[in-house]
Design a protein. Structure first.
Length: 460
């Protein structure tokens, strides 16, 4: 999900359900389940040490990623020979890949040979909250040395994480272990899909403990990486069982209701609407949000009245938000039937600030300045307040990066089209997982560090 329509005069977004909670972990892909003959899939190392990851994407294509954030989609030109298009665009980028020898663990990328990296992989089953059986996988670099381990915490996507999360290979290729698991109700995991943060936090804790059990002495330190909705879940898990670090990617320090309100306001502002029009749009959103919050059991009378009041005004067509827009075209009866199971278990009024204040582990928050789905301005302000209070939080804000930490261009039709991951994003997460420290520059990100040095804090 990396194409967004952005017209400054007539603005519209193409998004999924509860978008900021639904893109998923940092590099959840649009991939389908891996096929038995997909010898292409894996992470490969060139002679100079550079790595490239190959994962299945939509249809008969593959997505490649490098640790510097460059990425593209591979399209078969002839048997074994593939050409690439830039990011999520349809524009050729000049890269060529040969998979003719992938069965032997070798590929050629732009004429350079690369060998598939072998990892120590353990597939496992473990019990989440309520005894629900979850399917997970621990991926470690080969060898016996202790390494940091990152638990990859879901966004709200229903994808099978074990199939689609490329970080499960990219991190081990950089000597960081990774534990990936299918969210309850998806993939090989049992149970019913939910967006209840309490349940998901307990599942994350169970995953962390399973990773520690399997890794044994190889676990040097352990923590979470949560993208989007995972930014609510991972800190909550960290308050219930000790970990060494928490990494939040494009997450929020506000409630789900606030998320929708902030997105409506930002979109209307970008479209050039007045403050009076923005206030009216927020009134529409508030009525819609009440319907969602009730589980589609009440609030329709108010919603119908507000919608009737404003539906003929010129600005009304631009009201969108994170989920408000889903029910705007429907009657009460239609909306109740169509969306009654839309966001199961979502705690719409959950305030993450008390949790963030309670987290003792080192936290890294990585946000995109241009994120439309999880607007970062208020979250950044709140995190800076916590940093000023002495909380062990590092904030990294990437300019011109949106949800998913991708940079983008504006196409001729007004759509945002992602071109790559923000330079320094993957490297930043790797470094923080290693020792809770960031050093030097990470692309063009602006970094606010904690008042107390993490090393000094842990030596107290």
């Amino acid at each position: 999900m990396h194409r967004f329509r952005i017209h400054l005069s007539s603005f519209g977004l193409i998004v999924f359900i509860l978008s900021a909670a639904c893109i998923g972990a940092a590099i959840a892909d649009e991939s389908k389940s891996a096929r038995p003959d997909d010898c292409q899939i894996g992470t490969y190392r060139f002679a100079d040490g550079e790595i490239v990851d190959i994962a299945r994407s939509e249809g008969d294509t593959f997505r490649w990623r490098k640790f510097d954030g460059t990425t593209g989609v591979l399209h078969e030109k002839q048997e074994g020979s593939w050409t690439s298009t830039l990011g999520w665009t349809d524009r050729p980028d000049g890269h060529n890949v040969s998979f003719t020898r992938c069965a032997t663990g070798e590929i050629e990328f732009d004429g350079k040979k690369a060998r598939r990296i072998t990892f120590d992989v353990t597939d496992t089953g473990f019990e989440g909250r309520g005894g629900v059986k979850l399917a997970g996988r621990l991926v470690l670099p080969e060898g016996n040395d202790p390494v940091p381990i990152v638990i990859l915490v879901h966004g709200a996507e229903r994808d099978f994480a074990r199939d689609s999360y490329a970080l499960q290979r990219l991190l081990p290729a950089e000597n960081i272990g990774a534990f990936v698991y299918d969210k309850r109700g998806t993939g090989g995991s049992e149970g019913t899909y939910t967006q209840d943060f309490e349940t998901l936090a307990d599942d994350a804790i169970a995953a962390m403990r399973e990773a520690k059990r399997i890794a044994g002495r190889r676990c040097a330190r352990i923590g979470y990486q949560g993208g989007s909705q995972g930014g609510w879940v991972a800190p909550l898990a960290a308050t219930r069982a000790p970990v060494d670090f928490v990494i939040v990617s494009f997450g929020l320090a506000v409630s789900v209701i606030d998320e929708d309100q902030q997105e409506v306001a930002l979109e209307m502002q970008l479209k050039g609407h007045s403050q009076e029009e923005i206030s009216k749009a927020l009134e529409v959103a508030s009525a819609a949000e009440a319907v969602f919050e009730s589980g589609f059991t009440k609030g329709f009378e108010r919603f119908e009245a507000v919608r009737a009041k404003y539906r003929n005004e010129p600005w009304y067509k631009d009201v969108h938000g994170n989920y408000t827009h889903f029910i705007l075209p429907y009657t009460a009866a239609e909306a109740r039937e169509k969306f009654k199971d839309f966001l199961p278990g979502t705690p719409f009024r959950y305030d993450p600030m008390p949790t963030l204040r309670a987290v003792e582990a080192l936290q890294l928050w990585v946000l995109g300045e241009d994120d439309l789905e999880a607007p970062s301005a208020e979250t950044s302000r709140r995190l800076k307040t916590l940093i000023a209070e002495g909380k062990p939080i590092t904030l990294a804000l990437f300019p011109r990066a949106e949800h998913g930490m991708t940079e983008y261009e504006i196409a001729s039709d007004g759509e945002r089209v992602s071109t790559r991951y923000a330079p320094g994003y993957f490297i930043m997460m790797r470094d923080f997982a290693r020792d809770g420290q960031l050093s030097g520059a990470y692309g063009s990100s602006a970094i606010v560090k904690p008042k107390v040095d993490p090393l000094d804090r842990h030596s107290e």
